[in-house]
Design a protein around this ligand. Structure first.
Ligand SMILES: [Ca+2]
Length: 252
């Protein structure tokens, strides 16, 4: 906790483990989404929306149009790599995790081009770049790892709990300097996490999203959270979902 008190310091308030809000996201708007995209990561950079897709032989990184759902630019990954979360590292580099290869790909954009990679132990699921400078990474467990954005070394980690119980299968991430949001693999749940304590402070049940789940593949689960710049709203979607939803987490 020594490092985290430095990372998140005075911005964090101590919630009790019973101070948890439960709600459903309110849908503001719907947008088209490529229903062949096995979404693994979603993030805005300024006004531009980027997505990572998974599956061996089909993984990609892409810039997409929110309004039309079309792919503006894309690059395919090596067919042996399974794309996972993405986040911006700085003005012209995107980090993309891969599932089991222990490889984090570094892309530049304009145009998209692979310019390097880092290696890591274990699995890669979600990643986000906190506004105070650290890369936060999930691996499918209840742990979140804080990494130095220059070296990718682990600086610290937290274990995420809800009312004292482990919260596992943390997947796609989004973060600012005070909160981390994660969706839970194979569920309709999104949790808001205090990055200092690991406590879940808000559980969002996204089962109210108007998606015809019965017509989708069993792997087509909720995945993908992106904060909309200049707004309190988020975009959320799922693997192979035909829609992206603009939602608000706090007004329902
Ligand atoms: Ca994200």
């Amino acid at each position: 906790m020594i490092f985290l008190s430095l990372l998140y310091g005075c911005n964090s308030k101590e919630e009790s483990s019973t101070d948890v809000k439960y709600s459903q996201p309110r849908v503001i708007a719907e947008y088209p989404h490529d229903s062949d995209a096995f979404t693994q990561g979603l993030e805005f950079f300024n006004e531009r929306l980027f997505e990572s897709t998974g599956l061996f032989g089909e993984s990609s990184i892409r810039e997409i149009s929110l309004e039309s759902g079309s792919v503006i630019e894309f690059e395919m990954l090596d067919p042996n790599l399974f794309g996972e979360g993405i986040t911006f590292m700085d003005g012209n580099r995107i980090l993309q995790l891969t599932w089991k290869a222990g490889k984090a790909l570094i892309w530049k954009f304009d145009p998209l081009e692979l310019i390097g990679s880092w290696e890591y132990e274990g699995q890669g699921w979600g990643v986000c770049h906190s506004e105070n400078g650290y890369l936060v990474m999930s691996d499918g467990s209840d742990s979140l790892f804080f990494r130095d954005p220059e070296t990718f070394e682990i600086v610290d980690s937290i274990n995420v709990t809800l009312n004292g119980e482990k919260v596992e299968k943390l997947n796609e991430l989004e973060c600012d300097d005070e909160k981390i949001w994660a969706n839970i693999w194979q569920t309709d749940q999104i949790v808001e996490i205090n990055p200092t304590t690991g406590y879940v402070t808000h559980v969002l049940d996204a089962s109210n999203l108007p998606v015809e789940r019965d017509s989708l593949d069993s792997g087509a689960v909720l995945n993908g959270i992106a904060r909309i710049p200049g707004s309190d709203n988020f975009l959320i979607t799922g693997k192979l979902w035909p829609k992206i939803f603009e939602v608000n987490f706090n007004d329902n």
